[in-house]
Design a protein around this ligand. Structure first.
Ligand code: THG
Length: 275
């Protein structure tokens, strides 16, 4: 599974403080710890507090790159913030541009911009596209699939390889009133999205969204990850420092015959840390 580590996000108090105080060490340590825990990519999100989002994105990218070479996942819905990060990044090992809706009322061309930036960033650059359009986040299965189909079609028209496309069906907190039907809707949408292109696009979610504000957060995250993996989820933005969650990833991959079973499968997975 392609694991995108979620912790370098201005939403977290320690990261927000490090950004305000320009404390590179906090960021470097998070980068190193998450890499050691098995991150394929490190998500980089400036949060909402920083006044200068573009400058902050560049400072985060530079701080991370001083300590490790793990590929980055630049997380912003503003093309300008992504472009700023791309100016200072070393994208040789790959980069993900996270994320674009299909279109927006204020910017019909937003997905084209993300594709163009990815093309310029090199052959290993991917994008995450959200099943969301100018009307917002759909609540039903069919609209999610229809938007995903339009995303795939747009990528094809632009000659953008489906293997460089991640589709995010957008997970909302299960605790939100009336949202409890959404996890199953997402799984049903994934069942169809995986057939939209050959080779299939990747599928990802921001896993921790599902348990925001809830009790038993890690348990909810773990169970949904295992459920979604069996419906074709092959990537997720997760807390890689949650050891129990990482054990679920390893076990799900073994049960789906993606990793060879041996009595020490868990040990092998956690020591090899393959994507
Ligand atoms: N899809 C895509 N990208 C995303 C998301 C998504 N990027 C951001 C987010 N969603 C994924 N990352 C997180 C990171 C943290 C949390 C949830 C998702 C989280 N944070 C704690 C909270 O809100 O309770 C903060 C706790 C603290 O302050 O210490 O849960 O869906 N493509």
């Amino acid at each position: 599974m392609i694991l995108i580590a979620e912790r370098i996000n201005g939403m977290f108090t320690d990261v927000k403080k490090a950004i305000a105080e320009k404390d590179k060490q906090v960021i470097g340590e998070l980068a190193k710890k998450q890499t050691e825990a098995g991150a394929t990519y490190l998500d980089v999100n400036v949060g909402t507090a920083a006044a200068d989002q573009e400058g902050t994105m560049q400072w985060l990218v530079e701080s991370i790159q001083e300590t490790c070479t793990t590929p980055l996942c630049l997380d912003s819905q503003k093309p300008g913030v992504i472009a700023a990060g791309l100016k200072v990044i070393n994208a040789k090992g790959g980069v993900i541009l996270n994320s674009t809706p299909l279109n927006k009322k204020t910017d019909e061309e937003i997905m084209d911009k993300y594709i163009e930036m990815a093309e310029q960033a090199g052959p290993k650059a991917s994008i995450i596209a959200l099943t969301m359009d100018k009307n917002g986040v759909p609540q039903d299965i069919d609209t999610r699939v229809a938007i995903a189909a339009e995303i795939v079609q747009k990528a094809m028209e632009k000659g953008f390889d489906s293997r460089r496309l991640f589709i995010d069906t957008i997970v909302l907190p299960v605790k939100v009133p009336n949202a409890q039907v959404q996890p199953c809707n997402i799984l049903a949408a994934m069942d169809q999205i995986k057939y939209l292109a050959d080779p299939a696009p990747h599928m990802t979610v921001g896993l921790s969204n599902i348990s925001q504000g809830a009790t038993e957060r890690s348990l909810i995250n773990r169970v949904f990850l295992a459920m979604a993996a069996s419906h074709g989820l092959d990537s997720a933005i997760v807390d890689v420092l949650d050891e129990k969650l990482m054990n679920v990833v390893a076990t799900a991959e073994m049960l789906m015959n993606k990793q060879i079973y041996s009595d020490s499968f868990l040990k092998v997975y956690t020591s090899v840390k393959k994507p």
